[in-house]
Structures are given as structure tokens and as C-alpha cells.
Design a protein. Structure first.
Length: 197
């Protein structure tokens, strides 16, 4: 209950305070590459319940590989900035208010990847997925890692995703409000460092 109160309180505050920025980013996406402004995709949430995740659209087209590598030609000019700064994730605060997601929790995956590791996700999805988690910090430059692989999809499913699941298991077994706040602070610090680069 306390975690949900924190999610709603912070979600409302962020959407209100950052509303001018959200409007500006929406306008930038529209001016750069037209509509739609938002990108939605089915993800798997709490207790395997599907939901539509919301992001600012950062690609010209959303068809293609399920993983994105650095330099992907589908990414727009504004999209490159949004992805580098993680600002494309801001609309997910609406998912938090809806109850689809939490501020902190294992990042939600697409059904095809959940199906590959369904038994392991049985534990992971006992909590709401989040905007950020330990894996978001560890793999902040995931697209760069994948771009160095000859087989990005294989690299993701055989190495990155299992490690993400290890971190998710760690979170589920130790989660607490204090731990969530620590992850939020670490995420903010990692975002600032990435932006300065």
C-alpha cells in the first residue's frame, strides 16, 4: 500500500511539474517526423497481465527487430536525443497512475521474451514492472552493447536478458521503499552522467 501511494504521489507530481516539458517534447516529435506522437506496445505486467506501455515515439517505423542497436536507421533525429536522455520514457508515468507499472520494478518485457523464460517470470511478475530497476542502471547503454554483437538478438536472449532476470530476482527478494528510493537516486545520477557525455 505504501509503495502504491508513493507511485501515485510521485506520478502526479512529475506529470504536473513536467507538463511544459512533455508538451515541448510532443511538439518536437511531431515537427520532426509527424504523427503518431506516442508509441505503444504490448508488454507483460503483474501476474502476466498484458498492458500497453506508453512512450514518446522515437522511430520512423516500429516494425522490425524486437531489439534496437546503436545507429539503427529507424530512429529519428529527435528520437536519438530522447533515447539518449531516456526522456522517451516519461509518458510511462501515466502507466504508473493507471496501475500498470510502478516507479521501480523489473522492466516489462514483450510477450515473446517472457515466453522464452516463462518459469523465471513466474517470480518476477509477482511485482509490478517499473520505469526503472537495477537492470536499467546496469544496461543503460544496452544499444551500444548490442551494436557490437554480430547477432544482437542472440546476444540479448542468451546473455543480457538472463542477467536482467538475475537482477530482477534480486530486486523481488529484497524490495523495500528505501531500496526503491536508492534505485531512483542511482537512476537519476546515471541519467545525468549520460546526458553530460
Amino acid at each position: 500500500m505504501m509503495k502504491r501511494c508513493l507511485d501515485v504521489s510521485v506520478g502526479v507530481l512529475v506529470l504536473l511539474v513536467l507538463s511544459p516539458l512533455l508538451i515541448a517534447l510532443a511538439a518536437a516529435v511531431w515537427l520532426d517526423s509527424g504523427r503518431p506522437i506516442f508509441f505503444t506496445q504490448q508488454r507483460v505486467g503483474l501476474n502476466f497481465r498484458p498492458f500497453r506501455i506508453l512512450k514518446f515515439r522515437s522511430m520512423l517505423q516500429t516494425v522490425g527487430p524486437s531489439v534496437t542497436v546503436a545507429g539503427d536507421r529507424r530512429v529519428t533525429r529527435v528520437g536519438t536525443f530522447l533515447r539518449a536522455t531516456k526522456l522517451d520514457e516519461l509518458p510511462q508515468f501515466w502507466n504508473v497512475l493507471r496501475g500498470d507499472m510502478s516507479l521501480v520494478g523489473p522492466r516489462p518485457e514483450v510477450p515473446e521474451f517472457v515466453e522464452l523464460f516463462k518459469e523465471r517470470y513466474g517470480l518476477v511478475l509477482t511485482v509490478r514492472p517499473g520505469i526503472t530497476d537495477l537492470a536499467s542502471i546496469r544496461f543503460r547503454n544496452e544499444e551500444d552493447i548490442l551494436s557490437r554483437s554480430a547477432e544482437p538478438m542472440k546476444e540479448y536472449t542468451e546473455h543480457i536478458l538472463p542477467e536482467k532476470l538475475n537482477l530482477a530476482d534480486q530486486y523481488v527478494s529484497t524490495c523495500s521503499i528505501c531500496g526503491d528510493i536508492a534505485i531512483l537516486l542511482r537512476t537519476a545520477a546515471a541519467t545525468v552522467r549520460g546526458y553530460r557525455r
